[in-house]
Design a protein around this ligand. Structure first.
Ligand code: PLP
Length: 443
């Protein structure tokens, strides 16, 4: 019996032993096309020689130095690279080891900024229902997925939630996408006014919602109105681009496509592409200057901040993406994937919605397309699809049941940026077989 505390103690897991390009290999010699990069992590695929070379070179020099004594070249160069390509106004980078830690840092720096500027009443964070921002207590407190929160509710900070902007389930039939976006954004202003506008610290949202809603992009104009509302009330905007950022949607940051920049932004997964555990917070110059003029310090540090080996890996990942113009490939092959998904599933009786951007797509499965009725959660359709896909040599990221009573099962696709048209075709072919087999098995 394994001594690892696996995420499901009743399950047995195949042993991953190798990977090359878009393929992962297990100990029994089975190979899988990695069409989800785990949870949208492995954006360069596996065993990329340039990343391995950069990591070897760094570890030969220095694996680790504590940030209370030293800075390091890879951490400084990574910060320079990230800021050179950052949304407008972002000037400084805090480097940690995961997405949850990046969100935690955003929440803490937001609060610290208001203490530094004498706005001490600003303690409230507003976020959205059905959201996931990580597993640590602060991140879970802003998270809006009730089933994640329920077991720990006595430990959580007070959180305030508004509706997500999720057109498939929320847009009225007589409403334009633009009108829907404004209606949803205005929920933020109503919540700020309800709480008292001088008591709200920040609004937290994923630019394109990943795991919980299955690659759900915002309605047009939603984030522009959100930005205006935040500015009007002195509320900071924290964007969670842990999953949707770093090129996944076809631009380096998903918010570029919304025409806005946040005050604080969390990135992770694609930052290091799985070659090392790394996450980061990008902070606006205005916030950092206030801290510099005030106490001069952000009292929030961890042992592995700015880890040199992790930074060298992430820097190499970002340099390869820029050098090989992989975002152009994401846009090109993303459009191909969209076409193929729509051909295969557009008229499928049990596919209610196909949505996404770039190399980030979700298909939502429903018992009935017209009423959008989800499958019975007890059927565990998403788990069946995962197994049926693995049996066909395909890794996808299904989620669902009817958590919070409002959505059906969905499957998330997040293929690596190096995938070509032939890989996309095989992904769609295997996924189609897996979906049909899982539904036939379940009903
Ligand atoms: N935010 C979002 C949107 C995520 O999808 C995740 C992880 O799935 C996190 C935060 C937390 O990241 P991590 O699992 O690296 O702590």
């Amino acid at each position: 019996m394994s001594h690892l505390l696996h995420r499901n103690l009743k399950a047995t897991y195949p042993v991953a032993v190798g990977g090359k390009g878009v393929t992962l290999i297990d100990a029994d010699g089975r190979s899988y096309i990695d069409a989800s990069g785990g949870a949208a992590v492995s954006c360069l695929g596996h065993g990329h020689p340039d990343i391995l070379a950069a990591m070897h070179a760094q570890i030969d020099k220095l694996a680790y130095a504590h940030t209370s004594f030293f800075t390091s070249d890879p951490a400084e160069e990574l910060a320079d690279h990230l800021i050179a390509h950052a949304p407008k106004g972002l000037s400084n980078v805090f480097i940690c080891s995961s997405g949850s830690e990046a969100i935690e840092a955003c929440l803490k720096l937001a609060r610290h900024y208001f203490i530094e500027t004498g706005q001490t009443r600003r303690t409230h964070f507003i976020s959205r229902r059905q959201s996931y921002h990580g597993i640590t207590v602060g991140a879970l407190s802003v998270g809006g997925r009730m089933k994640d929160r329920a077991p720990f509710k006595e430990m959580l900070l007070a959180g305030h939630h508004i509706a997500p902007c999720h057109a498939y389930r929320g847009q009225h039939t007589d409403e334009t996408p633009e009108a829907y976006g404004l209606r949803m954004a205005d929920e933020l202003e109503a919540k700020i006014l309800e709480l008292g506008s001088d008591t709200v610290a920040a609004f937290v949202a994923e630019t394109v919602v990943g795991a919980t809603l299955g690659a759900s992009p915002p309605a047009p104009g939603y984030f522009r109105r959100i930005r205006e509302i935040c500015d009007r009330h002195g509320v900071l905007l924290i964007l969670d681009e842990v999953m949707c950022g770093m090129g996944r949607t076809g631009s380096l940051h998903a918010c570029e496509q919304e025409g806005i920049a946040p005050d604080l932004m969390a990135i992770a997964k694609g930052l290091g592409a799985g070659y090392a555990p790394i996450g980061a917070m990008l902070a606006s110059g205005r916030i950092v200057e206030a801290v510099r003029q005030g106490s001069g310090a952000f009292p929030h540090s961890q042992t592995y901040n700015g880890h040199p080996l992790a930074c060298a890996a992430a820097l190499a990942v970002q340099q390869v993406i820029a050098r090989d113009d992989l975002l152009a490939n994401v846009r090109l092959q993303g459009a191909h994937l969209e076409r193929r998904l729509k051909e295969r599933f557009g008229n499928h009786h049990h596919v209610g919605d196909i949505r996404g951007r770039g190399h980030f797509w979700g298909i939502e499965l429903v018992a009935d397309r017209t009423s959008k009725t989800p499958f019975d959660a007890g059927l565990k359709l998403n788990a069946r699809i995962k197994q049926a896909a693995m049996a066909r040599g395909l890794l996808v990221y299904p989620m669902g049941g009817t958590a919070d009573g409002v959505r059906g099962d969905h499957v998330l696709l997040a293929p690596p940026f190096i995938a070509d048209a032939a890989v996309m075709d095989t992904i769609v072919e295997r996924l189609g077989e897996a979906v049909d087999a899982a539904i036939a098995d379940a009903v």
